[in-house]
Design a protein around this ligand. Structure first.
Ligand SMILES: Cc1cc2nc3c(=O)[nH]c(=O)nc-3n(C[C@H](O)[C@H](O)[C@H](O)COP(=O)(O)OP(=O)(O)OC[C@H]3O[C@@H](n4cnc5c(N)ncnc54)[C@H](O)[C@@H]3O)c2cc1C
Length: 390
């Protein structure tokens, strides 16, 4: 007997789990199954990130990111409080190092203000050093409501609250039937009225397998951190960020004081060579080549700093001049793989992207701050599903 559900969610990362949760919150009588390829939920981006609960500073006002980050942060704080998951509101400083950075800094302040981020203050050099005594810089935007959380723990708590989460169930094919979809996985197959694909780096490949046509390709970008030693961590109180390049969706290398009190520097952003098949697929799309040409100097610098600890240190010392090579812990460098959509014109797609067919909804771009925003993204996806369930 084939099992039948109202909705099958493919991917047990934080977005898939939040979607399943919202589908059931909205209509508890629905039957919803989550199919996750790995042996546990949240093993990819959702547990390999900076753990920052973003306050919504960076995103163009009115964009999905701006709206869903704001709503998602509030929902995530409530979820964590209800499930005994620690959130530390240790605040963030976005630092302008010199006069040359001030125009971009002022534009960022205007954007953050338009987004209604609570508690913001612009600090001069002396004031910023009251918050972060060891930081360089002439001006900073202070966001005291920014926090940190263990999103892996959030995923596990979300999964525990759902009735049907199947792990070690890699989805191999999704076929549309007259009345729904048939989802075949390594753990057998199920039928559902609607399927939602929240598969991170594999989202677009699965979409293509269902003959969904999109102009986007999901490209895997590795971000690696360099943890600081305890003495290095003593130099940082909260989270220290650069003024980002508005042309890039990545926020630049930063210092994050994580919930366990450790401080990590990073992540950088380089193409992930550990995903040759996804890269080969992306290479058949004009977007990747246009992207590579457009950002050739940024890419070369990122690669150089990825290889050279000394070059990376120099970059970090611009923000923390007293940091030395001895403050960078040796050994394992933790990393995460970002699923980042690229358009055919070679743009890194900044906003969240949800596309759909008659019986399918695809989350094609859910980069940072999608962990912060996950519960609000889940609500948006659940609303898409509801229109298809009728
Ligand atoms: C380096 C880095 C730093 C970041 N920092 C932050 C931050 O500080 N704050 C923040 O809010 N966000 C941050 N993010 C972004 C955030 O982690 C992601 O946006 C979010 O986790 C995306 O969740 P997801 O569920 O879409 O993807 P994922 O967590 O990647 O989940 C996708 C799931 O789909 C599963 N899957 C794939 N293919 C199949 C298949 N065929 N069948 C079944 N299952 C499948 C995978 O196993 C995986 O579990 C960061 C991301 C990275 C990589």
């Amino acid at each position: 007997m084939t099992e039948r559900f109202d909705v099958a969610v493919v991917g047990g990362g934080i977005v898939g789990l939040a979607t399943a949760r919202r589908l059931l919150e909205a209509e508890p009588s629905r039957s919803v199954v989550v199919l996750e390829a790995e042996r546990e939920v949240g093993m990819h981006q959702s547990s390999h990130n900076s753990g920052v609960l973003h306050a919504g500073v960076y995103y163009p006002p009115g964009s999905a990111k701006a709206e869903l980050c704001r709503a998602g942060k509030v929902a995530m704080e409530r979820f964590c409080a209800d499930h005994g998951i620690e959130v530390v509101h240790n605040g963030k400083l976005i630092i302008a190092l010199d006069e040359g950075e001030l125009p971009r800094f002022e534009a960022l302040v205007a954007r953050a203000t338009a987004n209604g981020v609570p508690g913001l203050r612009v600090l001069d050099g002396d004031e910023l050093r009251e918050v972060e005594p060891n930081a360089a810089g002439i001006r900073a935007l202070h966001s005291p409501t920014t926090g940190v959380v263990d999103f892996g723990a959030v995923c596990r708590a979300m999964a525990a609250s759902l009735p049907e989460v199947r792990t070690s169930a890699r989805v191999l094919a999704i076929d549309e039937l007259g009345t729904g979809v048939r989802v075949a996985s390594t753990a057998g197959h199920v039928e559902a009225s609607v399927a939602v694909v929240c598969a991170g780096v594999r989202a677009e490949r699965l979409a293509a397998a269902t003959r969904h046509r999109t102009a986007l390709r999901v490209v895997p970008f590795r971000g690696s951190w360099r943890p600081l030693t305890p003495a290095g961590a003593d130099l940082v109180r909260g989270n220290i960020y650069p003024v980002p390049d508005p042309a890039l969706p990545f926020l630049g290398v930063h210092f994050t004081r994580r919930v366990d009190g450790s401080v990590w520097a990073g992540p950088n952003a380089v193409l992930s060579l550990a995903h040759p098949r996804l890269l080969a697929r992306a290479a058949r799309h004009p977007g990747l080549w246009r992207l590579a040409w457009r950002y050739r100097s940024t890419a070369a610098r990122e690669l150089w700093e990825d290889r050279s600890a000394r070059a990376y240190l120099r970059q970090l010392q611009r923000y923390l001049p007293s940091l030395t090579a001895d403050h960078l812990a040796g050994g394992h460098r933790p990393s995460g793989i970002r699923a980042q959509a690229v358009s055919s014109t070679g743009e890194l797609v900044d906003d969240f992207v949800i596309e759909g067919g008659r019986r399918l909804v695809h989350v094609l771009n859910a980069p940072s701050p999608a962990a912060t925003s996950s519960l609000a993204i889940g609500a948006a996806v659940a609303a898409e599903v509801a229109t298809r369930l009728g």
